[in-house]
Design a protein around this ligand. Structure first.
Ligand SMILES: Cc1cc2nc3c(=O)[nH]c(=O)nc-3n(C[C@H](O)[C@H](O)[C@H](O)COP(=O)(O)OP(=O)(O)OC[C@H]3O[C@@H](n4cnc5c(N)ncnc54)[C@H](O)[C@@H]3O)c2cc1C
Length: 387
């Protein structure tokens, strides 16, 4: 029999091992940490309904959605821990209503669904908080198109709402969200039947335009369907050029005040954790070094002091970096590979992979179960130059 192979790269070093310990890992219990390192269980089914490649938030959510639809699912992660890349190192912001201007109505709908699904999936985990957001000095678009339940605040109203924050005006948006992204990943992983770490997919083996097998670092799998959720690696990005945008985050020590909302501002958000620590940062550079850049951290601190002057004297606790996986054309790549109907892709989510992971997971599950289901136009379809 003649086979052809689609290679799946997975190790460029930088994305799986950026530097700086995150505040999220410091918050995890031993059991939560252990759920992220299953290793390679000896009883992994080799012929599952679905093999998910990639243990970031997209892969975990897709696996969870497929499993709850009754499919036998195996998730494999090349790294030594689940959510090792940007998924376990992101800011954890979930604000669907802020995406109208940049990402459009379809995206916002998926982000709203995701917030609802997170509430179901993470019940009992204490990692999802439903919080109001305060958008400082909002764009003309947001001020003129207020989300449901939101209100525009003057300078004095803003100050009454958040006494430590400085802004000319603000938009207050009720019931958005925030997660500890690593705890969310651990919680989802603990609900999955079959996960493995330290197990990388090497290639998809094809026969007559169909998936025949998946070659991995630990033998072959013969799944009915594959979901490629490998961030910016593998194919790469559904056949489109991948780029990685480096960002930085920091957590301060405990602040001597309490914020009642997530503070959103040009360049990054400020979120107060239940411990009183402030998490902030952002940036998107083309740098490829794994190190934390002190200059970028200093810029975030300056912005924090401008937005919340009383935060200026709080010492920094931890700083870390990570890389957003993106398709060079901008939008994320989600859907079924046209020429290879048993392979689906969710990649290149850049800034919003956490925000829409659950809804994308359910979309992919329904694409498998109901082959006529189409992906929304806010995503790019995967394009593969097959051998
Ligand atoms: C500073 C910063 C802050 C952010 N804040 C937010 C935020 O507040 N809200 C939000 O929604 N998004 C945020 N993001 C973006 C978010 O982190 C990403 O969009 C999201 O994590 C992407 O998830 P993913 O699962 O697609 O990719 P990844 O997290 O990169 O996971 C992909 C996984 O696949 C594995 N893999 C790759 N190839 C293979 C292979 N061949 N075999 C097996 N495994 C493989 C990788 O090792 C990796 O673990 C932020 C990003 C950064 C950098």
């Amino acid at each position: 029999m003649t086979y052809s192979e689609v290679e799946l790269a997975f190790d460029a070093g930088q994305v799986r091992s950026p530097l700086g310990r995150t505040v999220w890992s410091l918050e995890l219990s031993l059991d939560e940490t252990l759920a992220l390192v299953p290793g390679v269980p000896s009883d992994l089914p080799r012929r599952p309904d679905v093999l998910v490649i990639g243990g970031g938030i997209q892969g975990l959510a897709a696996a969870k959605a497929c499993e709850e639809s009754g499919m036998v699912v195996v998730l494999i992660e090349a790294g030594s821990r689940l959510a090792l890349g940007s998924s376990g190192r992101a800011a954890g912001s979930l604000c669907p209503e802020l995406h109208f201007e940049t990402d459009g109505a379809e995206f916002v709908d998926l982000a709203r669904q995701s917030l609802r699904i997170y509430s179901e999936w993470l019940v009992g985990s204490s990692c999802l908080r439903r919080l109001p957001w305060l958008v400082l000095d909002p764009s003309a678009y947001l001020s003129g198109n207020l989300p449901p339940g939101a209100c525009l605040l003057s300078r004095s109203e803003t100050q009454a709402c958040e006494p430590h924050v400085v802004a000319r005006r603000a938009v207050w948006i009720p019931r958005q969200g925030h997660v500890n992204p690593l705890r969310a990943a651990s919680w989802l992983a603990s609900q999955l039947a079959h996960t493995a770490t330290g197990l990388g997919a090497l290639s998809l083996r094809l026969h007559r335009g169909r998936l025949a097998a998946v070659r991995t670092t630990q033998g072959d799998f013969w799944p009915k369907h594959v979901i490629v959720a490998s961030g910016g690696y593998g194919m790469p990005v559904g056949g489109r050029t991948a780029v990685f945008r480096k960002g930085h985050l920091l957590a301060t020590g405990e602040a001597p005040f309490r914020l009642s909302s997530v503070i959103a501002a040009e360049g990054g958000n400020v979120t107060q954790l239940p411990t009183g620590k402030l998490v902030t940062g952002g940036g998107a550079s083309a740098a490829t070094s794994r190190e934390v850049c002190e200059h970028d951290v200093a810029l975030s601190l300056q912005r924090l002091a401008r937005l919340i002057p009383s935060a200026a004297s709080i010492p920094v606790d931890v700083t870390w970096t990570c890389f957003r996986p993106a398709a060079v054309d901008g939008r994320a790549v989600v859907g079924r590979v046209e020429e290879l109907s048993d392979v689906l892709v969710t990649q290149g989510h850049e800034r919003t992979g956490l925000t829409i992971a659950p809804a994308v997971g359910r979309l992919l599950a329904s694409m498998i179960l109901k082959p006529g289901t189409a992906a929304p136009r806010c995503f790019l379809p995967p394009k593969l130059a097959l051998p």
